[in-house]
Design a binder for this molecule. Sequence first.
Ligand code: AMP
Ligand code: ZN
Length: 114
Amino acid sequence: MVDCLFCKIVNKKDDSDLVYQDEKVIVFKDINPQAPVHLLLVSKEHFENILDLEENQFDIIGHIHQVAVKMAKKFNLDEDGFRLVNNTKQKAGQTVFHIHFHLLGGREMQWPPG
Ligand code: AMP
Ligand code: ZN
């Protein structure tokens, strides 16, 4: 996808602080962390947001959640807990228009989110 930041990271045309990858997903540290642990779990395939997924493409979401649990354990967030966030569209806070989930942990969280 032309000029998509996360496609560039997936295709190694841009740097990232890589934590994990497999055939479907890449995980790297957020450049502007909002918690002691703030990882981005990014689909390797470009979709603008989850509204773009066809009915038969939702396995990527289950896979991202499975990797999120693996990362939560790796970063020792499983005892105290963590937050897994997906911002869909601009009004919800989406700034990079390529499907990703935020994994945040290591501090007390507030609710409701701003
Ligand atoms: P969202 O606002 O939900 O679309 O999330 C996009 C996230 O990408 C933000 O938390 C940014 O801090 C993060 N971000 C932007 N550019 C980079 C980058 N080059 N490397 C790592 N994270 C980035
Ligand atoms: Zn992309």
